[in-house]
Design a protein around this ligand. Structure first.
Ligand code: V47
Length: 371
Protein backbone atom coordinates (compact mmCIF):
# COMPACT_ATOMS: atom_id res chain seq x y z
CA UNK A 1 0.00 0.00 0.00
CA UNK A 2 2.83 2.40 0.87
CA UNK A 3 4.19 1.91 -2.64
CA UNK A 4 0.86 2.89 -4.17
CA UNK A 5 0.33 5.87 -1.87
CA UNK A 6 3.85 7.02 -2.70
CA UNK A 7 2.89 7.24 -6.38
CA UNK A 8 -0.16 9.48 -5.86
CA UNK A 9 0.71 12.91 -7.24
CA UNK A 10 -2.19 14.98 -5.88
CA UNK A 11 -1.40 15.90 -2.25
CA UNK A 12 -5.07 16.04 -1.21
CA UNK A 13 -5.85 12.62 -2.68
CA UNK A 14 -2.65 11.26 -1.16
CA UNK A 15 -3.72 12.48 2.30
CA UNK A 16 -7.13 10.86 1.85
CA UNK A 17 -5.54 7.58 0.76
CA UNK A 18 -3.38 7.65 3.90
CA UNK A 19 -6.49 8.12 6.04
CA UNK A 20 -8.25 5.19 4.35
CA UNK A 21 -5.19 2.97 4.82
CA UNK A 22 -5.17 3.95 8.51
CA UNK A 23 -8.93 3.18 8.90
CA UNK A 24 -9.75 6.81 9.58
CA UNK A 25 -13.11 8.30 8.66
CA UNK A 26 -13.07 10.68 5.70
CA UNK A 27 -14.95 13.99 5.78
CA UNK A 28 -17.71 15.04 3.34
CA UNK A 29 -15.22 17.37 1.65
CA UNK A 30 -12.79 14.46 1.20
CA UNK A 31 -15.60 12.30 -0.17
CA UNK A 32 -16.30 14.98 -2.72
CA UNK A 33 -12.61 15.12 -3.67
CA UNK A 34 -12.64 11.37 -4.28
CA UNK A 35 -15.57 11.78 -6.67
CA UNK A 36 -13.99 14.66 -8.54
CA UNK A 37 -10.25 14.00 -8.49
CA UNK A 38 -9.43 10.33 -7.81
CA UNK A 39 -8.95 8.13 -10.86
CA UNK A 40 -10.90 4.92 -11.20
CA UNK A 41 -8.01 2.45 -10.67
CA UNK A 42 -7.11 4.21 -7.42
CA UNK A 43 -10.75 4.14 -6.31
CA UNK A 44 -10.74 0.39 -6.97
CA UNK A 45 -7.72 -0.05 -4.69
CA UNK A 46 -8.99 2.23 -1.92
CA UNK A 47 -12.49 0.75 -1.90
CA UNK A 48 -10.85 -2.70 -1.92
CA UNK A 49 -9.07 -1.83 1.31
CA UNK A 50 -12.34 -0.72 2.88
CA UNK A 51 -14.34 -3.74 1.63
CA UNK A 52 -11.69 -6.18 2.86
CA UNK A 53 -11.75 -4.55 6.29
CA UNK A 54 -15.50 -5.15 6.51
CA UNK A 55 -15.93 -8.41 4.64
CA UNK A 56 -12.61 -10.00 3.71
CA UNK A 57 -13.02 -11.91 0.46
CA UNK A 58 -16.65 -12.79 1.07
CA UNK A 59 -19.47 -11.85 -1.27
CA UNK A 60 -22.96 -12.40 0.09
CA UNK A 61 -26.27 -13.37 -1.47
CA UNK A 62 -29.51 -14.85 -0.24
CA UNK A 63 -32.29 -17.06 -1.56
CA UNK A 64 -35.22 -14.78 -1.95
CA UNK A 65 -38.27 -13.83 -3.98
CA UNK A 66 -40.34 -10.69 -4.33
CA UNK A 67 -44.02 -9.90 -4.13
CA UNK A 68 -45.13 -6.68 -5.81
CA UNK A 69 -48.71 -6.37 -4.52
CA UNK A 70 -49.79 -3.59 -6.87
CA UNK A 71 -48.48 -0.98 -9.27
CA UNK A 72 -51.37 1.36 -8.46
CA UNK A 73 -49.85 4.34 -6.72
CA UNK A 74 -51.17 7.61 -5.39
CA UNK A 75 -47.81 9.22 -6.10
CA UNK A 76 -46.31 10.22 -9.40
CA UNK A 77 -42.52 10.17 -9.08
CA UNK A 78 -40.91 11.40 -12.26
CA UNK A 79 -38.34 8.59 -12.39
CA UNK A 80 -40.82 5.78 -11.86
CA UNK A 81 -41.59 3.43 -14.75
CA UNK A 82 -43.91 1.28 -12.73
CA UNK A 83 -46.79 3.17 -11.23
CA UNK A 84 -50.28 3.40 -12.77
CA UNK A 85 -53.40 5.22 -11.61
CA UNK A 86 -56.40 3.20 -10.44
CA UNK A 87 -58.44 1.90 -13.38
CA UNK A 88 -55.53 1.96 -15.85
CA UNK A 89 -55.60 -1.15 -18.11
CA UNK A 90 -51.93 -1.86 -17.28
CA UNK A 91 -52.45 -1.73 -13.53
CA UNK A 92 -52.51 -4.80 -11.30
CA UNK A 93 -53.59 -5.49 -7.79
CA UNK A 94 -53.13 -8.86 -6.06
CA UNK A 95 -55.50 -10.12 -3.39
CA UNK A 96 -54.22 -11.72 -0.19
CA UNK A 97 -54.98 -15.11 -1.75
CA UNK A 98 -52.99 -14.23 -4.88
CA UNK A 99 -50.02 -13.25 -2.72
CA UNK A 100 -50.26 -16.34 -0.54
CA UNK A 101 -50.32 -18.30 -3.80
CA UNK A 102 -46.94 -16.75 -4.67
CA UNK A 103 -45.59 -17.73 -1.25
CA UNK A 104 -46.90 -21.30 -1.67
CA UNK A 105 -45.11 -21.64 -5.02
CA UNK A 106 -41.89 -21.62 -2.98
CA UNK A 107 -43.04 -24.25 -0.45
CA UNK A 108 -40.54 -26.86 -1.62
CA UNK A 109 -37.71 -24.41 -2.17
CA UNK A 110 -34.99 -23.28 0.22
CA UNK A 111 -35.86 -19.58 0.11
CA UNK A 112 -35.28 -17.62 3.31
CA UNK A 113 -36.74 -14.20 2.51
CA UNK A 114 -39.72 -12.57 0.85
CA UNK A 115 -39.26 -8.94 -0.22
CA UNK A 116 -42.60 -7.11 -0.49
CA UNK A 117 -42.80 -3.65 -2.08
CA UNK A 118 -45.16 -2.00 -4.49
CA UNK A 119 -47.13 1.12 -5.24
CA UNK A 120 -48.94 3.11 -2.56
CA UNK A 121 -52.51 1.94 -3.07
CA UNK A 122 -55.13 4.42 -1.82
CA UNK A 123 -57.55 1.81 -0.48
CA UNK A 124 -55.46 -0.09 2.03
CA UNK A 125 -54.32 0.82 5.49
CA UNK A 126 -51.96 -0.83 7.91
CA UNK A 127 -54.47 -3.48 9.02
CA UNK A 128 -54.75 -4.86 5.49
CA UNK A 129 -50.97 -5.16 5.23
CA UNK A 130 -50.52 -6.41 8.80
CA UNK A 131 -53.02 -9.16 8.11
CA UNK A 132 -51.11 -10.15 4.93
CA UNK A 133 -47.86 -10.50 6.88
CA UNK A 134 -49.66 -12.50 9.56
CA UNK A 135 -51.01 -14.95 6.96
CA UNK A 136 -47.58 -15.36 5.35
CA UNK A 137 -45.98 -16.03 8.73
CA UNK A 138 -48.71 -18.49 9.68
CA UNK A 139 -48.04 -20.41 6.47
CA UNK A 140 -44.23 -20.31 6.72
CA UNK A 141 -43.01 -18.98 10.10
CA UNK A 142 -39.31 -19.15 9.23
CA UNK A 143 -39.62 -16.94 6.14
CA UNK A 144 -38.06 -13.53 6.81
CA UNK A 145 -40.51 -10.79 5.79
CA UNK A 146 -38.69 -7.71 4.50
CA UNK A 147 -41.49 -5.39 3.54
CA UNK A 148 -42.66 -1.90 2.63
CA UNK A 149 -40.57 1.12 1.77
CA UNK A 150 -40.73 4.10 4.13
CA UNK A 151 -43.09 5.74 1.62
CA UNK A 152 -45.60 2.90 1.86
CA UNK A 153 -45.17 2.81 5.63
CA UNK A 154 -45.72 6.55 6.03
CA UNK A 155 -48.98 6.31 4.04
CA UNK A 156 -50.42 3.21 5.69
CA UNK A 157 -49.52 4.33 9.21
CA UNK A 158 -50.96 7.83 8.79
CA UNK A 159 -54.10 6.43 7.14
CA UNK A 160 -54.68 4.40 10.31
CA UNK A 161 -54.16 7.48 12.52
CA UNK A 162 -51.15 5.93 14.26
CA UNK A 163 -47.75 7.31 15.19
CA UNK A 164 -44.70 5.76 13.48
CA UNK A 165 -43.88 3.96 16.71
CA UNK A 166 -47.39 2.52 17.04
CA UNK A 167 -47.54 1.54 13.36
CA UNK A 168 -44.16 -0.14 13.25
CA UNK A 169 -44.74 -1.90 16.56
CA UNK A 170 -48.05 -3.21 15.22
CA UNK A 171 -46.42 -4.50 12.00
CA UNK A 172 -43.63 -6.07 14.02
CA UNK A 173 -46.23 -7.88 16.13
CA UNK A 174 -47.69 -9.29 12.89
CA UNK A 175 -44.31 -10.58 11.73
CA UNK A 176 -42.49 -7.75 9.94
CA UNK A 177 -38.79 -8.61 10.25
CA UNK A 178 -37.04 -5.81 8.37
CA UNK A 179 -37.58 -2.86 6.05
CA UNK A 180 -36.12 -2.45 2.57
CA UNK A 181 -34.28 0.71 1.60
CA UNK A 182 -36.56 2.15 -1.08
CA UNK A 183 -38.03 5.61 -1.25
CA UNK A 184 -34.87 7.40 -0.12
CA UNK A 185 -34.20 8.68 -3.66
CA UNK A 186 -32.14 11.80 -2.95
CA UNK A 187 -32.36 13.55 0.40
CA UNK A 188 -31.63 17.11 -0.75
CA UNK A 189 -35.01 18.78 -0.20
CA UNK A 190 -34.91 20.96 -3.32
CA UNK A 191 -34.07 18.07 -5.63
CA UNK A 192 -36.57 15.80 -3.94
CA UNK A 193 -39.28 18.37 -4.73
CA UNK A 194 -38.25 18.25 -8.38
CA UNK A 195 -38.33 14.48 -8.82
CA UNK A 196 -40.90 13.22 -6.31
CA UNK A 197 -42.62 16.23 -4.82
CA UNK A 198 -45.67 14.74 -3.22
CA UNK A 199 -44.35 11.74 -1.30
CA UNK A 200 -42.90 11.37 2.20
CA UNK A 201 -40.15 13.89 2.87
CA UNK A 202 -36.52 13.25 3.69
CA UNK A 203 -37.21 13.98 7.36
CA UNK A 204 -40.03 11.41 7.36
CA UNK A 205 -37.91 8.75 5.60
CA UNK A 206 -35.16 9.20 8.19
CA UNK A 207 -37.62 9.25 11.10
CA UNK A 208 -39.29 6.01 9.98
CA UNK A 209 -35.95 4.21 9.72
CA UNK A 210 -34.77 5.64 13.03
CA UNK A 211 -38.00 4.55 14.73
CA UNK A 212 -37.70 1.09 13.20
CA UNK A 213 -34.12 0.73 14.44
CA UNK A 214 -35.13 1.78 17.94
CA UNK A 215 -37.82 -0.92 17.87
CA UNK A 216 -35.29 -3.54 16.81
CA UNK A 217 -36.36 -3.65 13.15
CA UNK A 218 -33.28 -3.46 10.91
CA UNK A 219 -33.44 -1.82 7.49
CA UNK A 220 -31.55 -0.96 4.33
CA UNK A 221 -30.87 2.38 2.70
CA UNK A 222 -30.75 3.35 -0.97
CA UNK A 223 -29.78 6.32 -3.11
CA UNK A 224 -31.18 7.01 -6.57
CA UNK A 225 -28.28 8.49 -8.52
CA UNK A 226 -27.43 9.42 -12.09
CA UNK A 227 -30.25 11.90 -12.77
CA UNK A 228 -30.15 15.61 -11.88
CA UNK A 229 -28.06 15.35 -8.73
CA UNK A 230 -24.45 16.49 -8.33
CA UNK A 231 -21.66 14.76 -6.41
CA UNK A 232 -22.34 17.14 -3.51
CA UNK A 233 -25.92 15.89 -3.33
CA UNK A 234 -24.69 12.28 -3.20
CA UNK A 235 -22.28 13.09 -0.39
CA UNK A 236 -24.98 15.00 1.51
CA UNK A 237 -27.27 11.96 1.15
CA UNK A 238 -24.64 9.56 2.46
CA UNK A 239 -23.65 11.93 5.24
CA UNK A 240 -27.21 11.95 6.59
CA UNK A 241 -27.23 8.14 6.50
CA UNK A 242 -23.82 7.89 8.16
CA UNK A 243 -25.02 10.13 11.00
CA UNK A 244 -28.16 8.07 11.54
CA UNK A 245 -26.15 4.85 11.44
CA UNK A 246 -23.75 6.30 14.06
CA UNK A 247 -26.75 6.83 16.28
CA UNK A 248 -28.74 3.60 15.76
CA UNK A 249 -26.54 1.01 14.01
CA UNK A 250 -29.73 -0.36 12.45
CA UNK A 251 -28.84 -0.33 8.75
CA UNK A 252 -27.73 -3.60 7.19
CA UNK A 253 -26.78 -2.46 3.71
CA UNK A 254 -26.50 0.54 1.41
CA UNK A 255 -27.78 0.05 -2.12
CA UNK A 256 -26.88 2.54 -4.85
CA UNK A 257 -29.65 2.48 -7.49
CA UNK A 258 -28.75 3.95 -10.85
CA UNK A 259 -31.51 5.91 -12.56
CA UNK A 260 -32.84 3.87 -15.52
CA UNK A 261 -34.44 5.82 -18.28
CA UNK A 262 -37.12 3.67 -19.95
CA UNK A 263 -40.82 4.49 -19.65
CA UNK A 264 -40.67 7.43 -17.29
CA UNK A 265 -40.77 11.18 -17.57
CA UNK A 266 -37.06 11.84 -17.06
CA UNK A 267 -35.92 9.71 -20.03
CA UNK A 268 -34.40 12.75 -21.74
CA UNK A 269 -31.62 12.65 -19.11
CA UNK A 270 -30.22 9.36 -20.41
CA UNK A 271 -28.17 7.14 -18.12
CA UNK A 272 -24.72 7.50 -16.60
CA UNK A 273 -21.88 5.22 -17.74
CA UNK A 274 -20.61 2.10 -16.03
CA UNK A 275 -17.44 3.92 -14.95
CA UNK A 276 -19.69 6.33 -13.09
CA UNK A 277 -21.41 3.38 -11.41
CA UNK A 278 -18.06 1.97 -10.31
CA UNK A 279 -16.88 5.34 -9.03
CA UNK A 280 -20.11 5.58 -7.06
CA UNK A 281 -19.80 2.11 -5.51
CA UNK A 282 -16.22 2.87 -4.51
CA UNK A 283 -16.91 6.24 -2.88
CA UNK A 284 -19.95 4.77 -1.09
CA UNK A 285 -17.85 1.92 0.32
CA UNK A 286 -15.19 4.33 1.55
CA UNK A 287 -17.50 7.06 2.87
CA UNK A 288 -20.02 4.82 4.64
CA UNK A 289 -17.49 3.35 7.04
CA UNK A 290 -20.21 2.33 9.49
CA UNK A 291 -22.23 0.29 6.97
CA UNK A 292 -21.16 -3.33 6.90
CA UNK A 293 -22.50 -4.03 3.42
CA UNK A 294 -22.72 -2.35 0.02
CA UNK A 295 -25.18 -4.10 -2.24
CA UNK A 296 -25.03 -4.31 -6.03
CA UNK A 297 -28.61 -5.06 -6.96
CA UNK A 298 -28.05 -7.19 -10.05
CA UNK A 299 -31.63 -7.10 -11.48
CA UNK A 300 -31.01 -3.37 -11.89
CA UNK A 301 -27.32 -3.32 -12.90
CA UNK A 302 -27.24 -6.50 -14.98
CA UNK A 303 -24.95 -9.41 -14.06
CA UNK A 304 -21.73 -8.18 -15.68
CA UNK A 305 -21.83 -4.77 -14.03
CA UNK A 306 -22.74 -6.35 -10.69
CA UNK A 307 -19.74 -8.66 -11.00
CA UNK A 308 -17.44 -5.75 -11.81
CA UNK A 309 -18.77 -3.72 -8.87
CA UNK A 310 -17.33 -6.38 -6.51
CA UNK A 311 -13.90 -4.94 -7.30
CA UNK A 312 -15.14 -1.43 -6.41
CA UNK A 313 -16.44 -2.01 -2.90
CA UNK A 314 -19.66 -4.00 -3.30
CA UNK A 315 -19.86 -7.20 -1.24
CA UNK A 316 -23.50 -8.22 -1.61
CA UNK A 317 -25.51 -9.24 -4.66
CA UNK A 318 -28.99 -9.37 -3.11
CA UNK A 319 -30.50 -12.72 -4.07
CA UNK A 320 -31.67 -15.35 -6.49
CA UNK A 321 -34.98 -13.44 -7.11
CA UNK A 322 -36.53 -16.16 -9.28
CA UNK A 323 -38.18 -13.86 -11.78
CA UNK A 324 -40.46 -12.20 -9.25
CA UNK A 325 -39.77 -8.51 -9.78
CA UNK A 326 -40.75 -6.19 -12.62
CA UNK A 327 -39.67 -2.78 -11.31
CA UNK A 328 -36.39 -2.76 -13.18
CA UNK A 329 -37.37 -4.56 -16.34
CA UNK A 330 -40.04 -1.85 -16.76
CA UNK A 331 -37.37 0.81 -16.26
CA UNK A 332 -35.16 -0.71 -18.97
CA UNK A 333 -32.84 -3.17 -17.23
CA UNK A 334 -31.25 -5.78 -19.49
CA UNK A 335 -32.45 -8.39 -16.96
CA UNK A 336 -35.97 -8.83 -18.26
CA UNK A 337 -36.80 -11.86 -16.15
CA UNK A 338 -34.24 -11.73 -13.34
CA UNK A 339 -33.46 -15.13 -11.90
CA UNK A 340 -30.20 -16.81 -10.87
CA UNK A 341 -29.68 -20.25 -9.44
CA UNK A 342 -27.33 -20.66 -6.46
CA UNK A 343 -24.79 -22.25 -8.82
CA UNK A 344 -24.94 -19.31 -11.23
CA UNK A 345 -24.56 -16.70 -8.51
CA UNK A 346 -21.64 -18.64 -6.94
CA UNK A 347 -19.92 -18.90 -10.32
CA UNK A 348 -20.34 -15.18 -10.91
CA UNK A 349 -18.76 -14.43 -7.52
CA UNK A 350 -15.96 -17.00 -7.85
CA UNK A 351 -14.88 -15.91 -11.30
CA UNK A 352 -14.48 -12.38 -9.92
CA UNK A 353 -12.05 -13.79 -7.34
CA UNK A 354 -14.25 -13.83 -4.23
CA UNK A 355 -15.75 -16.43 -1.92
CA UNK A 356 -19.55 -16.85 -2.20
CA UNK A 357 -21.53 -16.91 1.03
CA UNK A 358 -25.23 -17.60 1.24
CA UNK A 359 -26.53 -15.44 4.08
CA UNK A 360 -29.83 -14.93 5.84
CA UNK A 361 -31.52 -11.53 5.78
CA UNK A 362 -29.44 -10.16 8.65
CA UNK A 363 -26.15 -11.51 7.30
CA UNK A 364 -25.74 -14.63 9.41
CA UNK A 365 -23.78 -17.16 7.36
CA UNK A 366 -25.85 -20.06 6.00
CA UNK A 367 -23.29 -21.62 3.67
CA UNK A 368 -19.74 -20.70 2.68
CA UNK A 369 -19.06 -22.09 -0.80
CA UNK A 370 -15.37 -22.90 -0.56
CA UNK A 371 -14.01 -24.93 -3.44
O1 V47 B 1 -37.22 3.82 -4.22
C1 V47 B 1 -37.68 3.41 -9.20
C2 V47 B 1 -35.93 2.99 -7.42
C3 V47 B 1 -36.54 1.88 -5.55
C4 V47 B 1 -36.41 3.69 -10.92
O2 V47 B 1 -33.65 -2.94 0.47
C5 V47 B 1 -35.62 3.38 -9.82
O3 V47 B 1 -32.77 -4.78 -0.26
C6 V47 B 1 -33.76 3.49 -11.10
O4 V47 B 1 -35.61 0.19 -2.92
N1 V47 B 1 -34.45 3.81 -12.20
C7 V47 B 1 -37.27 0.64 -5.05
N2 V47 B 1 -34.30 3.26 -9.91
C8 V47 B 1 -36.36 -0.58 -5.03
C9 V47 B 1 -35.58 -0.68 -3.75
C10 V47 B 1 -34.75 -1.87 -3.47
C11 V47 B 1 -34.30 -2.67 -4.49
C12 V47 B 1 -33.54 -3.79 -4.18
C13 V47 B 1 -33.22 -4.13 -2.89
C14 V47 B 1 -33.68 -3.32 -1.86
C15 V47 B 1 -33.36 -3.70 -0.46
C16 V47 B 1 -34.44 -2.19 -2.15
O5 V47 B 1 -36.29 1.72 -6.93
C17 V47 B 1 -37.24 3.20 -5.46
C18 V47 B 1 -36.45 4.01 -6.44
O6 V47 B 1 -35.33 4.61 -5.83
N3 V47 B 1 -36.44 3.23 -8.77
N4 V47 B 1 -37.69 3.69 -10.52
C19 V47 B 1 -35.77 3.94 -12.17
N5 V47 B 1 -36.43 4.28 -13.26
Amino acid sequence: MELIIGQIKDPEIKAIAEKIAASERITPREGLLLYTKADLPLLGILSGIARRRHNGSYVFFNSNFHIEPTNICVFNCRFCSYHKPEGDPDSWEYSHDDMLGIVRKFDDRNVTEVHIVGGVHPAYDIHYWGSLIEKIKKHRPSLHVKAFSAIELDYMIKKAGMSYTEGLQYLKSKGLDSIPGGGAEIFDEELRKMICDDKASTAMWLEIHETAHRLGIPSNATILYGHIETYSHRIDHMDRLRKLQDSTGGFNAFIPLKYKKSNNSMSYLGEVSITEDLRNYAVSRIFLDNFSHIKAYWPMTGRDAAQLSLSFGADDLDGTIDDTTRIYSMAGSEEEKPSMTTDEICKLIRTAGYVPVERDSVYNFINVFTL
